[in-house]
Design a protein around this ligand. Structure first.
Ligand code: FMN
Length: 304
């Protein structure tokens, strides 16, 4: 590849703009080695909460015509478990590793971030503010600008490195939420997490999921996510990482044209573990097509 595909997100240089989104990249040593990481600029970990979580009961994944509904429930081994089990793999990984951190109470999240920071092995923390604020009104932290700001403020106090904040699309005012996140000192915004949906088990005549509602991902949400990226990029000046339904070089190029600095890819990896390489390689054609010599020049081109 002759074209410079490097993108910058805060202090992090990404050799390629594709990042496996939280929850899809297996915690298997083999997957964290150079041979498996062609076309991949960084890896995002599965959610990390302070204590281990066993996740939700019942069905966890439900296929839909153009995507997947999931109700995993942030199952993870907890912050100390992460350090004990996966720290070495993280240290040895040839690309930057981003820790996806569950926004719990301010105290719990600060403690999680402190444990992770002490390792010195993580390039950034990605704060997931789609989780409910159980000490507040029980709504997701990221639904309104003031609770989003509160979450970011708490994280910013304890995490000194690059802080990415992953928005929920379940907000009526994405631009205001994005501006609140930027004002609290986040280094980048990920737009966005899954969209709430539901499946019906037609055999049982019951909702497919025990909790009824689940998160929709995959191609079905791409146009929705692209719209959010466009809006958020228009509202803030920190880097924006597009996330939602990206499964081809064309999708990735569209996000970058809208202003994204990188993309996170989730569900597409379930179908094809080589999709990161395919997207990054395919993107080169778009860079040339728009008369650019570097991918960076393509960023936000559709806005000019
Ligand atoms: C099985 C599964 C597990 C996920 N786990 C997490 C998670 O732990 N933390 C998080 O912030 N997002 C999680 N997500 C959301 C993805 O990171 C991503 O935001 C979402 O799937 C949209 O991207 P996609 O359409 O490319 O999959 C998960 C998604 C799936 C499908």
């Amino acid at each position: 590849m002759g074209i410079d595909m490097m993108m910058k997100v805060g202090k992090i240089d990404l050799k390629w703009p594709v990042i496996p989104a939280s929850g899809v990249w297996p915690y298997e040593e083999d997957f964290w080695k150079a041979e498996r990481l062609a076309g991949i600029g960084a890896i995002c970990t599965k959610a990390i909460s302070l204590s281990p979580r066993c996740g939700n009961k019942g069905i966890r994944l439900w296929e839909t015509p153009a995507g997947v509904l999931n109700s995993i429930g942030l199952q993870n081994v907890g912050a100390i478990g992460f350090v004990e089990k996966y720290l070495q793999m993280t240290k040895d990984c040839p690309v930057p590793v981003i820790a996806n951190v569950v926004m719990e109470s301010a105290e719990e999240t600060s403690e999680t971030l402190r444990i992770l920071q002490d390792t010195g092995a993580l390039a950034a923390a990605e704060l997931n503010i789609s989780c409910p604020n159980v000490d507040g009104d029980g709504m997701a932290w990221g639904v309104d600008p003031s609770s989003a700001a509160k979450a970011v403020r708490a994280a910013r106090k304890s995490w000194k490195g690059d802080l990415w904040v992953k928005m929920t699309p379940q907000t009526p005012c994405p631009e205001d939420v994005a501006r609140a996140i930027e004002a609290e000192g986040a280094d980048a915004i990920v737009a966005a997490n899954t969209w709430l949906g539901m499946g019906m088990d037609m055999q049982k005549a019951k909702p497919a999921f025990d909790r009824v509602v689940a998160g929709l991902s995959g191609p079905a949400i791409f146009p929705l996510a692209l719209r959010l990226v466009w809006q958020v990029c228009g509202a803030v000046s920190i880097p924006v990482i597009g996330c939602g339904g990206v499964s081809s070089a064309s999708d990735c190029a569209a996000m970058i044209l809208a202003g994204a600095s990188a993309v996170e890819v989730g569900t597409a990896f379930f179908r094809n573990l080589g999709v990161g390489k395919e997207i990054s390689e395919g993107l080169e054609r778009y860079v040339s097509q728009y008369g650019c010599s570097r991918l960076e020049e393509m960023k936000g081109l559709a806005r000019k």
